[in-house]
Design a binder for this molecule. Structure first.
Ligand code: ZN
Ligand code: ZN
Length: 338
């Protein structure tokens, strides 16, 4: 079989490998599609502190079950499946209080362990979720990205009479727009690139703002009649934007941060205290796959406007180069493995 392997910083290639053998608690997945994500690029660039090399990257992948370990009872060969990349211990405090996505022993498939940029991969059976026949595998590759957005709404504790302000119209921002629609929550999205805002509009964003042409604060206050926004998701992840985000939050509002920056962020305490804001982080997903699969099966998620490119496994390095040189052209790029 062939795999896309990152050997070290900026050093990656497609190589021939043996199909891995399956242990008792695992299944072997014949990978059909995998999505390329910003965090795969972070591993390539040596910016992910959790990844070691060599590593087969890819945490967004789907396929069919090829083989089953001895102790796996409830799965069958040939079933279409999606892989939840979050591996947790079940014993630590976060796991015990139902927050296993921030397990103290957290392992992410494609980051801490080998992932889906390969033709066959072994996965713990507990990370495998069977797909209904109504969902095709190409669309299913987006279940993991949608689960990130679903987790944001979970962390925001959103209800349908709220409005959400989203910073950043990359794939995460665009999936947040779509889930806002599913939940009946109007959205305002901010980005510097008009093409991305155009896609956000097509996907159902209620308002778009380009700070190159408009004053974000003025425009948001106009839209909300001076109240500010009860829900804010920061998918732009620029530390310098934090003060503006806090100013735009409405009293009793909730702000969800998604960035992984280790830079200090300036924060004016007065904005947080006078409005009693709640600031939350969102990481990966906490058992959001069933919900997303349900929405997808009902045709509520527009995958077609999110997928912009498809590559073969042999041309995966070209996909990486395209994303590096022309990031604004790429939304979600998929790799087809066979
Ligand atoms: Zn991802
Ligand atoms: Zn744990």
């Amino acid at each position: 079989m062939k795999s896309f392997v990152v050997n070290g910083i900026n050093d990656y290639q497609v190589v021939e490998q043996n199909v891995p053998s399956v242990s008792d608690e695992q299944v072997l997945v014949r990978v059909e599609y995998a999505g390329i994500c910003g965090s795969d690029l972070h591993i390539i660039h040596g910016q992910n502190p959790f990844a070691t090399y060599p590593r087969i990257t890819g945490h967004e992948f789907v396929g069919t079950i090829e083989k089953i370990g001895e102790n796996v009872k409830d799965l069958r060969v040939g079933t279409k499946v999606v892989v939840n990349p979050v591996i947790s211990c079940g014993q630590c405090r976060p796991c015990k209080i139902g927050r296993s996505n921030v397990c103290t022993e957290l392992q992410v498939i494609g980051v801490h362990t080998d992932g889906g940029f390969t033709q066959f991969q072994t996965v713990p059976a507990s990370n495998i979720i069977a797909l209904p026949d109504t969902i095709n595998l190409r669309d299913a590759t987006l279940i993991e990205p949608y689960s990130i957005a679903a987790n944001v709404f979970n962390r925001l504790d959103a209800s349908s009479d709220d409005t959400i302000l989203i910073y950043g119209a990359g794939v995460i921002g665009l999936t947040i727009v779509q889930i806002a629609n599913v939940l009946g929550i109007p959205s305002i999205i901010v980005d510097l690139l008009d093409e991305k805002l155009e896609t956000a509009k097509q996907l159902g964003a209620t308002y778009t703002i380009n700070p190159k042409r408009e004053n974000t604060e003025q425009r948001v206050m106009e839209i909300t009649e001076g109240h500010g926004v009860p829900l804010i998701a920061d998918a732009a992840c620029i530390p310098a934007l934090i003060p503006e985000i806090m100013r735009l939050a409405a009293p009793a509002g909730t702000v969800c941060l998604l960035g992984f920056s280790s830079e200090d962020s300036p924060l004016q305490q007065v904005e947080v205290i006078k409005k009693e804001l709640t600031i939350v982080g969102s990481r990966l997903n906490n058992k959001m796959f069933p919900k997303v699969i349900d929405w997808m099966a009902q045709g509520k998620l527009d995958t077609e406007h999110l997928i912009s490119h498809e590559f073969t496994l042999d041309t995966a390095p070209e996909a990486i180069e395209l994303i590096e040189t022309d990031p604004q052209k790429v939304r979600k790029a998929l790799i087809k493995m066979h």
